[in-house]
Each structure stands twice: as C-alpha cells, then as structure tokens.
Design a protein. Sequence first.
Length: 461
Amino acid sequence: KQWYQRRVAITAGEGCVRMPSVVLQPSNVNPQISGDVISSVNINVSVDGVASTFRVIDEIKDIINILGGRIDAQKRFKTWEDNDYVGKEPYFYDHLQNTKLPSRDALSPCPLVNRNLSKLVSLVIQNYTPHLVAQVLTHFTNLPKILSQIQSLSLLSEEAMEKSALSTVFTATKLDLLTPTLITSLAKINTHIFSDLSLPPDQTTRLSLLHSLIVDGPGTLQQQHPSLIPGMVFKYFMNYVHLVQTELLLLTGAGSPAPTAQLTPSEVSDLRFVFVGAGFPLTGIILHILTNGARIQLVDCSSEAIANGERLLAMTSSLGITDHSAFTFVRSRCEDILFLPPGAALPKGHVTSHVIRCDVLDLASAISQETTEVMLNRNAALVTVVRKRNVRGLSELLYEKFEVRDKEACPFVLTGEVSPPQNVAMVTPPSILLGVAHPMNINSCQLYLNKAIFRNANSGT
C-alpha cells in the first residue's frame, strides 16, 4: 500500500515530492486500484452484471455527449495543421466562457476536459470480467461513429495535454524562474541530499532532475505565480517511467521463447532505438536514461512536435540529464522512411525519402493498424526487433488495437508482451507475458522479432 501511495503522490504532481527508490527496480507486483484512488471522480461500478455493463456504456456516452463539440473543433484544427496551416485558423464557441476560442485549445486542459478524461480513464482501467469487457466492446464496435469520437478524444486530448505541459515548462524557463539552481535544489530534495554535496551522476539523479524540470519545478512555480505560468503541470511522469522500464523487460527478461531477446544491460545500451510518434519526447529521454545512454532517433510528422522536442532536449542536455549527441530528430511520415539494421545493404529500387538504421523500432499506440502493417511488411521488414505499444480490454476503446492479420506472410513473430494487471488475463498465449506494467497505464507493449533472426536463434546459428 505504501509503495502504491508513493507512486500516486508523484503521479499527481502535487508540489515538491520525493521520488521513491523503487522506481529503478522492475516490479512484478500487482497492486489493486479503484476508481476513487486514481481520480476524484467516483465511478461506482461493480465488476460485472447487466446493470454495471449498461452503466459503463452510459457513462462513456455521456462523456462523448459533453465533449463532442470540442472533439470536432480539435479535429478541425488538426486538419488545418496537417495542411500546413493553409487558410484561416478554425475557432469554436466555448459555452462555459461564453466566448469564441481557437480550435487548437478545444481539448486543452481545463476543468471540463480534465474531469471527463479522468472519468473515461477511470472507467477503462477497472478490473472487469472478460464477459463485461466483451459486451462493452461489442456495443461500441456496432456504433463506429461514437467509437471514432472516443479514439479521437483519446489521441487529441493526449496531444493537447503534452503541448500544454511543455508550454508550462518553456514559459517558466523563459521568465527565468525555472532555473538550473532551482531544478538542482528540487532534485536534491527528491534524492534526500540535504547538503552542499553534488548530485551523483547516476540514473536516479538524472530521473530526479528530469522530474524536477517537468513536474516539481513548474508545479512549485505555478503555485507561486499562477497568473504568470498558466497551463497544466504534467501529471503522468511516473507512468512513463514505469512503462519504459517494463518495456525493457521485452529485451532483457528471462523466459522469452526468443533467446536473442535476452540481452544484458550493456548490450541494450549499445542498441540504436527509433521511436515513431514522438510529439512529447519523454519516452525517448527516459529510455536514454534507463539504458545508460542508448542512441535514440525520434520521428514525427509535425514540425511543431520536432521543434518542441529539440527545445526540451537542449534543456535536458544542459542539465546533464541527456547526451545531446545521442539524439536525432527526423520530421517525416514513417511510411516515407526505410528502416534498416546497421550494416544492411540498401535494397535495389527503394523509393523512400529517408533511410534510418536501427536495432529496435518502437511504434507508439497512436500508430494505426494500417500503418503498423506497412511498417512490418514493407518499410521495416528487415529490422531485427519491433516493439508496438498496443491495447487490450477496454483500452481498445481509446486506441485502435493492432493484430497481425496474415501471420504467415508477416516477416515478424510475436514473442513477448508486457501488460497492465487488469489486462494480463487477455494476453495470449500466456507464455509470452514477460512483465506487468503499472495499473494506471492503459497500454500493453508487444515484442515482434524478425522471423529470420528467430529461426537462426532457435537453430543455434
């Protein structure tokens, strides 16, 4: 209970909090969670039964009814952004403030959006029976317009939240309030150093400095200067740490049917990672820290995302959190990139705009079924390892679930998975489960190993 309460305290981002030492230790514990633990919203649903099934469905529909206009407005901004901002910027009418606002802010953090998103996530991560999950998923699968709205809400609000959190960090820095001195002081408190001693250059220190930069510093300053530093302080830092940490078990964990997936920490440090869908580069930065300096390439099609990522990386590198030379940003659609292992020859007649060499290709949960299939079957068909963030259970309402539809033709085989505890029972076959993620995470992550490597490993060559 203490372990979980400490994590919730940090995830909540309330002022200056201390990072628990457990953060760097992969955990196999399975803490239980209830709706009123992770949120002030009390869902009050039982785990099964007709009444609770309809209640879950009705609660979700109510959220979409409340936020539907904002979802549509954010979609219009996204279309305008994807078209390189051609034409007039779209606006929407905010009935709460009785004013006209830019559509880019339709799903930005505010009491209405925060309350309903918290409610939605609380509903999704409950530990329901398979029967209830199947009923709810079937209901919304038969209502494709509503399901599309739910997934748009998830994707667009996540993007808006990340932009708001970065804006808060950048604003506090521009005002010379979020200074290296303040960040270091907060990191010392987090690591229990109450003297003039320097911070040791280890993983715990770098994670604590990053936490102070993203969470503690902006949170403390926002309390002191609320009018100067608007926006939302990022509340999910620990979720990211634990997810990245658990995903590393796919490369290092024992019990995998693929021997080549069982790497030592030093071998993982030598890998080249590419993460596709890097609008908020926190995953890449944390991965770099937890692997003691692995090289990271971040791919996104948004010029704004690339600019924000490069700006944040400059800040983390100046604080000694990251090695700037280990990072590369690429603005491109992933369909326009050919991904190859280091040393592999260029295929004849390739027509992609970019060639990126990597050992591990990471695909975000926002990457669709169609695009992931293109990656596995064409653009990344020669890469050794692909990790795909995926969804199971009611999380399938928030993101599109990925499945290999033609297992014979696909160059990759699924050999491992990590999952939050509420979805562990849905991992098939059970033998591929290599770790349990934090229950507040909605994503699973799957390891796909190139079949050629898999055959060679099993044959001992």
